[in-house]
Design a protein around this ligand. Structure first.
Ligand code: PA5
Length: 433
């Protein structure tokens, strides 16, 4: 993939134009951040940075993938970082019309809406359904409540003796309620690395196991991640590491100029969940001590007909990243003869859907730049596992660099924890008699 900070950020003038000299000066500040990230990798503080090169752990999860692949459906209970990475990778194979042939349909059940849950229980053939419960802490109320709500129904269908064959748990290797539940049920429990935070866990078994079951080439995902990480770790100084460092700097500099919203707009359905994954990563890692920018997930072309008016005509407080996949020549070209001789449709002659979505993406990026909106364009020649891994690593690095430059801890989430504690308190106080 190639990354380009477009004219609006490089401009010498304009509402958010950043003079190159300012950008270069800031870039020098990134070298200490790079050193820190490198140190975290080398001393093992950040095992996530060792994952792109790891292989043995994939071999270890393969037998579980083989077992669960035999089910018709797989329900994954887990929320936030225990959900979005896997869901994003699985979307490479299933983005609306069902799984690849021979693979189960995977249902990521993050929300706890009782109506959705009831529908799931009613519609899924539980006797042909596997169930994962993923929670790093093993204490998250949503995940536990869903699991405990389903267990009796599942047992009624498959029998006590077979229950464990339908279940798998991923949680930290320490005592917690989810682990105790798994031990009691006798189902497999896989360890969630305690030093990898939920939203950074996509390259670990948390993201890779569901992906493997869906038929994703997970080794290629890691290979793609390594292709972005390795040059960053090998670089002597931050200067010249344009993608991850430059991107973090540009967001910070734009923020100083009143740009508080970061919009990610992929023109590709398979990147729809990537937008949600990015949104969590960015918000939960950087939104601290009054800092951070608000991430917005938009979709091209849909949001051209919904949000673009605001993006262009509303407050100039947003930075845009347009993710453009080269779809030129894709889709059936519409022959002139099928256009009924209508001259106003001449622009469609010989063009297909791929040409249309590409033209729309280019047009959006160009319009944003023309209107002085700070815009980055990431161009993807193709979208496969390697590219997805590269993109994810790029954004994890960009987030870490931004955190270092802004002076926040990218890896904690005190506000989220506060919400979890309060939820449990409220539930205890409001116990049904
Ligand atoms: O990234 C994070 O830390 C959070 O989004 C968690 O993943 C989320 O709150 C779920 O936590 P747990 O995996 O402990 O159930």
């Amino acid at each position: 993939y190639s990354h380009h900070i477009d004219d609006a950020l490089e401009a010498k003038v304009g509402p958010h134009g950043l003079p190159q000299a300012v950008f270069d000066r800031e870039l020098a500040r990134a070298t200490p951040a790079l050193d820190k990230i490198r140190q975290w990798r080398n001393d093992g503080t950040l095992p996530l940075l060792k994952l792109p090169a790891a292989r043995d752990d994939i071999a270890a999860i393969r037998p579980h993938a083989e077992h669960f692949r035999k089910f018709e459906h797989l329900v994954v209970f887990g929320i936030g970082g225990s959900n979005l990475g896997g869901q994003t990778l699985v979307a490479l194979k299933d983005h609306g019309f069902g799984p690849a042939k021979g693979h189960p349909k995977i249902w990521f059940m993050d929300n706890v809406d009782p109506a959705t849950f009831a529908e799931m229980c009613e519609r899924l053939p539980l006797e042909r359904t596997g169930v994962f419960a993923i929670s790093k802490s093993g204490t998250t109320a949503e995940t536990l409540t869903q699991l405990y709500s389903l267990l009796p129904l599942l047992e009624a269908k498959v029998g006590k003796a077979n229950l464990a064959k339908h279940l798998l748990v991923i949680t930290e290797p320490k005592d917690n309620v989810l682990r105790r539940t798994a031990m009691r049920l006798g189902c497999p429990v896989l360890d969630h690395d305690p030093n990898i935070g939920g939203r950074y866990s996509v390259l670990s078994l948390v993201g890779l196991l569901p992906a493997l079951i869906a038929g994703v080439d997970v080794a290629a995902v890691r290979e793609g991640a390594a292709s972005v990480l390795d040059p960053v770790l090998a670089a002597k100084e931050a200067t010249g590491l344009a993608p991850a460092v430059g991107a973090a700097l540009s967001v910070g500099l734009a923020k100083e100029r009143g740009v508080h919203t970061t919009v990610l707009m992929p023109y590709c359905d398979r990147l729809g969940y990537f937008g949600f994954w990015f949104r969590q990563l960015w918000a939960e890692s950087l939104g601290k001590d009054g800092k951070g920018t608000t991430p917005v997930r938009a979709m091209g072309t849909v949001d051209q007909h919904s949000q673009l008016q605001l993006y262009l005509g509303g407050p100039a407080d947003k930075l845009f990243t347009v993710l453009i996949l080269d779809t030129k020549g894709q889709g059936r070209p519409i022959p002139a003869a099928e256009l009924g001789g209508d001259k106003s449709l001449a622009y469609l002659e010989g063009q297909g859907l791929g040409d249309l979505i590409l033209a729309e993406a280019d047009a959006t990026a160009a319009t944003l730049v023309k209107n002085g909106r700070p815009t980055r364009v990431i161009r993807l020649k193709t979208l496969d596992e390697k590219v997805m891994g590269a993109l994810m690593m790029h954004y994890m690095l960009e987030t870490m660099f931004a955190a270092e430059l802004w002076g926040v801890d990218a890896f904690d989430q005190p506000a989220v924890e506060e919400g979890k504690i309060l939820t449990r308190q409220y539930l205890s106080q409001r116990r049904r008699s």
